[in-house]
Design a protein around this ligand. Structure first.
Ligand SMILES: Nc1ncnc2c1ncn2[C@@H]1O[C@H](COP(=O)(O)OP(=O)(O)O)[C@@H](O)[C@H]1O
Ligand code: SF4
Ligand SMILES: [Mg+2]
Length: 366
């Protein structure tokens, strides 16, 4: 099957006077039409950097982020972006949409695809919306840009149609209000309506449920489930929350310290994870069986992963997971593992699964 979207050796670095900071390292993945791909990883592992880089937006969003960088890290990034050479070096690799490398296009060529073929729901709630534009106008913006000759009556009708689709309460009265008048859950609904209105083939949602309370999270997950069933669209859901990915994804990629360390079907990743980090991650997620045990008065044992993820300035040599990995051997300290393909399109970046090391497999599997 031909890919709808694919990343090929995507790398994102932040240039700094103290050396490059690697946020995304050699990320490759593929998405098929209509599938729901979940990218799962702890906060700070590089998920948002990967997404913005893949869409050619990293340097632009970074410029705004620079204002918030902790002083002690002293990145002269803003100044350095003025240099074209630094700008180009920040993101490397390829990001293909239907075989077209979005990163080889200039900004206006790329803009033909963004918002029409591919929609992006950035991380954040009301802050991800423009504070001074009414939510009605923001919802219709992708249409206004990509179908400039649309009549205003038709546009209004489409805006209402999509605000109804995401069940925004009282949209007929409130569409003229600005985002500050909406709750976090409502802002997420507006972002979703905006990302669907131009009938894209791919919707990419960065942490669509974070910072929402549990009942609103459920409603947002329900909306995505409805979109999966009713729309002819592929979804890429990015989250640190195992539960959200478990509810929505058909296939899953696991990210750790800037690298995609495992990719497989949801069934494989949840029931037969292979990478030691994925095994730890899944073991730290309460299963239904455990919850039943807890209800029955037993104390189920939830295992976690000892240690903490590295910050991007101190990613260890070799395999970035080695300080926390119970299976680490000499090679793990010096060589980055490359992706090995196991059965059923299951990919894993771990030396234990390299062709000549598979003798160690019994250690992991049983
Ligand atoms: N401008 C920046 N300066 C310094 N560090 C940054 C900057 N932008 C991102 N980072 C760091 O890069 C890492 C990856 O960030 P991000 O892509 O937002 O991760 P995630 O989305 O997985 O939480 C984090 O450790 C974050 O602190
Ligand atoms: S490559 Fe080595 S350190 Fe990394 S996960 Fe595999 S066994 Fe552990
Ligand atoms: Mg993020």
């Amino acid at each position: 099957m031909s890919n709808l979207f694919a990343l090929d050796h995507l790398r994102v670095v932040l240039p700094s006077s103290k050396g490059d900071l690697v946020l995304v390292d050699d990320a490759s993945l593929e998405l098929q039409p209509k599938e729901c791909f979940g990218l799962l990883g702890e906060s700070g592992c590089g998920k948002s950097s990967l997404l913005t880089a893949a869409l050619g937006l990293f340097q632009i969003t970074q410029r705004y982020k620079d204002a918030q960088i902790k002083k002690e890290w002293s990145f002269p990034v803003q100044l350095q972006y003025e240099s074209k050479e630094i700008w180009n070096r920040t993101v490397s690799g390829h990001s293909f949409y239907r075989g077209i490398d979005l990163l080889s296009l200039n900004h206006s060529e790329r803009a033909r695809y963004l918002g029409s073929h591919i929609s992006f729901m950035p991380q954040g709630l009301a802050s991800a919306l423009t504070p001074t534009i009414s939510i009605g106008n923001q919802t219709g913006e992708p249409l206004a840009i990509h179908t400039p000759d649309i009549r205003s009556e038709k546009m209004k009708q489409r805006v209402f149609e999509y605000l109804d689709l995401v069940s925004l309460a009282d949209s007929r009265d409130r569409y003229i209000l600005d985002p500050s008048k909406f709750s976090g859950g409502e802002a997420q609904r507006v972002k979703l309506a905006m990302s669907l209105i131009a009938a894209p083939y791919l919707v990419i949602a960065d942490e669509p449920t974070s910072a929402l309370d549990v009942t609103v999270q459920r409603q947002v997950i329900g909306l995505f489930q409805m979109i999966k069933e009713e729309f002819d669209v592929a979804l890429m859901i990015v989250s640190h929350d195992v539960g959200v990915i478990a509810e929505l994804a058909d296939r899953i990629g696991i990210m750790y310290a800037g690298r995609i360390v495992e990719v497989g079907s949801a069934e494989e990743i949840f029931h037969r994870p292979k990478h030691p980090y994925s095994i730890g991650l899944m073991a730290s997620f309460p299963t239904i069986a455990m919850m039943r045990m807890a209800k029955g008065g037993e104390k189920p044992k939830l295992r976690g992963i000892s240690g903490a993820p590295p910050n991007p300035r101190e990613i260890p040599q070799g395999c970035g997971f080695h300080p926390r990995c119970p299976f680490a051997s000499d090679i793990c300290f010096t060589e980055k593992p490359s992706m090995s393909e196991l059965e059923d399109n299951h990919l894993v970046a771990c030396h234990l699964f390299a062709e000549d090391c598979r003798k160690h497999l019994p250690l992991l599997t049983g």
